[in-house]
Design a binder for this molecule. Structure first.
Ligand SMILES: Nc1ncnc2c1ncn2[C@@H]1O[C@H](COP(=O)(O)OP(=O)(O)O)[C@@H](O)[C@H]1O
Ligand SMILES: [Mg+2]
Length: 435
């Protein structure tokens, strides 16, 4: 009720604000310049009138001239087209009935459902201060055995999923969406093709996954600024539910595409390219976006962010930057996927930096034992394959080889196989006890 009241007052104030208009003075590439209007960086402008009007965000200032990035198609804009300030940055409606909804990159419904109710909030939430935040101390069950035991994720932890394309990121995300103990999933799909998005919603996620989620989608054909904002919109929605006390799982596929969108925006408004063609704003954006996940004073946002790594380019600047900000990484391996081993998690290369804080002694010792056996198996696998391994040479390898069918069955998981972290730990205990 108070929300609605505030909303009305705010709309009234906005309606009463004097209308000041500027004019379009140029458009080059993605950038539209406007003069004759006072606005701040980040403010939203309405350019044009009637059906051709387009929203644009002020991205840079230069004296009188505003450099703006459009949030829609700019065909039809001309010199002299009027531009109006909306008086502030992009706002989205957040409220309790977002569950099950599909929104576009600017937080507007795109599922044909009813209009959103709720308070209109700016999309840039500030993260709670370090002192206010609880510490990561409890496990967030993801419902995937290999992750829940070998890369355990804490409530409020931020983990990267590093993978090439076609290795099973989307499928893993949908499996987590359906299997996690989180109260709500917020899923941002940034820069995917339209066909992939439909497949994800209809095939991977299904009605059951969607019912536990809010989806924010900006496909590859949307303007770069919309793709960029989709990440912030999804994060803002997660923050709303966190502040209501919920443990939220925020998944973003992919931060690499969000970074590429920021690069397009930065270069268009005249920023210099610094690291391998990426302007400095890309790294600032990554840090501020990923920093917003984490535990709150109550409630938490656990963040899972996919990062594209093609080939073996581990020094790729975006992957590098993401790794330094996140507190853990899950590596998906194309070789496992090719061999039909799903989820294709390469556990030996994956790490959760909070594992020690959220597991007990027994769990740690079982996980370490399994990792040791897996490492021994990996060391001798090629020798075994060519028949050059002499049993008895390496005790751990012998144990691992003998038990490999059970180990492999533990690591693999069908899409419709539901588990919890608790049962995964119990399975691991039983597995270790029999080897
Ligand atoms: N858990 C799984 N079980 C069976 N097949 C899978 C699984 N995960 C991925 N795949 C196969 O790999 C393909 C690519 O997976 P996808 O999740 O779309 O990859 P990405 O999102 O990384 O591009 C799928 O079409 C499917 O054939
Ligand atoms: Mg995908």
């Amino acid at each position: 009720m108070t929300d609605l009241f505030q909303h009305r007052i705010q709309s009234a104030i906005e309606a009463a604000r004097p209308l000041v208009s500027g004019r379009v003075t140029g458009a080059v590439g993605l950038r539209v310049t406007v003069s004759g209007l006072e606005a701040n960086v980040g403010d939203l402008l309405r350019i044009g009138t009637g059906p051709n009007q387009v929203l644009a965000e002020v991205a840079a200032l230069d004296g009188e001239r505003l450099s703006c990035m459009p949030l829609g198609p700019i065909a039809g804009l001309g010199t002299g087209t009027p531009a109006f300030s909306t008086g502030g940055p992009l706002r989205i409606a957040v409220g309790p009935d977002l569950r099950g909804r599909i929104l576009d990159g600017l937080g507007r419904p795109m599922d044909g459902g009813p209009p959103l109710r709720g308070a209109m909030v700016p999309i840039d939430g500030t993260p709670p201060s370090a002192m206010e935040r609880q510490l990561v101390g409890a496990q967030m069950s993801l419902g995937v055995r290999v992750l829940d035991t070998l890369v355990p994720c804490g409530k409020g932890q931020r983990i990267g999923i590093f993978a090439g394309s076609g290795v099973g990121k989307s499928t893993l995300m949908s499996q987590i969406t359906r299997g996690t103990a989180a109260e709500l999933n917020v899923v941002a799909l940034v820069g995917e093709r339209g066909r992939e998005v439909r497949e994800f919603i209809e095939h991977d996620l299904g009605p059951e996954g969607l019912a536990r989620s809010v989806l924010v989608i900006a496909t590859s054909d949307t303007p770069p600024l919309v793709r960029l904002r989709a990440g912030a919109v999804a994060t803002r929605i997660a923050e709303y539910y966190r502040d209501e006390g919920a443990d939220v799982l925020l998944m973003m596929d992919s931060v690499t595409r969000a970074a590429m969108a920021q690069r397009e925006v930065g270069l268009s408004v005249g920023e210099p390219p610094a690291t391998r063609g990426y302007p400095p704003s890309v790294f600032a954006m990554l840090a501020s976006l990923l920093e917003r996940a984490g535990p709150g004073a109550r409630g938490s946002i656990t963040g899972l962010y996919t990062v594209l790594v093609e080939g073996d380019d581990h020094n790729e600047p975006i992957a590098d930057a993401a790794r330094s900000i996140l507190d853990g990484h899950i590596v998906l391996d194309r070789k496992l996927a090719t061999a039909g081993h799903f989820p294709a998690v390469q556990a030996l290369d994956s790490i959760s930096r909070v594992a020690n804080k959220i597991t007990d002694q027994q769990q740690r010792s079982d996980a370490t034992e399994l990792r040791r056996l897996m490492a021994a198996h990996r060391d001798v696998r090629e020798l075994v394959e060519i028949g050059a391994y002499v049993p008895g040479t390496n005790h751990d390898a012998d144990r691992a080889n003998a038990a490999w069918p059970q180990i492999s069955a533990f690591l693999r998981q069908d899409l419709d196989d539901r588990t919890t972290a608790e049962s995964a730990w119990a399975n691991l205990r039983a597995l270790i006890a029999t080897i």
